[in-house]
Design a protein around this ligand. Structure first.
Ligand SMILES: Nc1ncnc2c1ncn2[C@@H]1O[C@H](COP(=O)(O)OP(=O)(O)O)[C@@H](O)[C@H]1O
Ligand SMILES: [Mg+2]
Length: 238
């Protein structure tokens, strides 16, 4: 397969174990250039484990990860960033005692070519510009999530993996965070979005996968999934 034909990110037959206990079972999925793909699944399904495994952050695993057609399985996280793959982890991992600006500067630590100036990123998140001297720990939940996303954008990734960016946010703020993610995709960023806001996530994405107790049980276009009886019963309460 040449680079143009291969998916941007591909996970092949990923199995993960914690203390010998299997939590992911031969999970395969892919994201093409320009797509937003949503990964849905209840608490404990294995979504975070999957995301962490892409970045080599789980210890006991089988399977392969490809980025732009090249195998990246087990590479250190800074290597992934250099290649253009970035993670916004579930816990955000900001530095609470540092300012907005300082947190963004740290995003540039593993530089790759074409690094983005914070000024450029403020266009997407104007609220962060207003608050650039404020300590990250004193921002609202929504602002902290925006800062976590903004920081991941500094090395100018081709693809962003977002692990439940709306976790713990009020419904109104969820919308503004998800809308910002959609805008980033419209600017050309490819996105793997882990979400529990099923309706909103599917409406803004191209395709989706459903993970149930460590197995992909369904995958398809977002509109097919939105109209799927099983999906409606299990995730949309209709
Ligand atoms: N570090 C860990 N050690 C042992 N078990 C874990 C660990 N992290 C997650 N698990 C277990 O793996 C399963 C999947 O968890 P997780 O990937 O966090 O799911 P999700 O993100 O979908 O809520 C759960 O049963 C969880 O209890
Ligand atoms: Mg999780």
């Amino acid at each position: 397969m040449n680079r143009a034909e291969s998916p941007l990110l591909e996970i092949r037959q990923l199995s993960v174990f914690y203390s010998g206990l299997q939590v992911l079972w031969e999970v395969s999925l892919f994201i093409n250039r320009g797509e937003i793909v949503t990964l849905l699944g209840a608490n404990g399904a294995g979504k975070t484990t999957l995301v962490q495994s892409v970045f080599g952050l789980t210890k006991d695993r089988k399977g392969q990860i490809f980025f732009e057609g090249t195998e990246i399985t087990g590479l250190p996280a800074f290597e992934m960033i250099k290649r253009g793959l970035a993670l916004v982890p579930e816990k955000r991992e900001l530095f609470p005692k540092m300012t907005v600006e300082e947190n963004l500067e740290l995003g540039g630590f593993s530089k790759r070519e074409g690094i983005v100036a914070p000024e450029e990123i403020f266009k997407f998140f104007p609220i962060l510009k207003e608050r650039k001297k404020q300590l990250a720990g004193t921002l609202s939940g929504g602002e902290q999530q925006m800062l976590a996303i903004a920081r991941a954008l500094i090395p100018k990734p081709a693809m962003l993996v977002l692990d439940e960016p709306s976790l713990g946010l009020s419904p109104l703020i969820v919308s503004s965070v998800l809308d910002a993610i959609k805008k980033l995709n419209q600017e050309g960023l490819s996105i793997l979005l882990v979400e529990q806001n099923v309706q909103h996530a599917l409406e803004m994405s191209h395709r989706g996968y459903i993970l149930e107790t460590g197995r992909i049980v369904k995958g398809g276009s977002s509109s097919d999934l939105l109209h799927d009886d099983q999906v409606q019963a299990a995730y949309l309460g209709t």
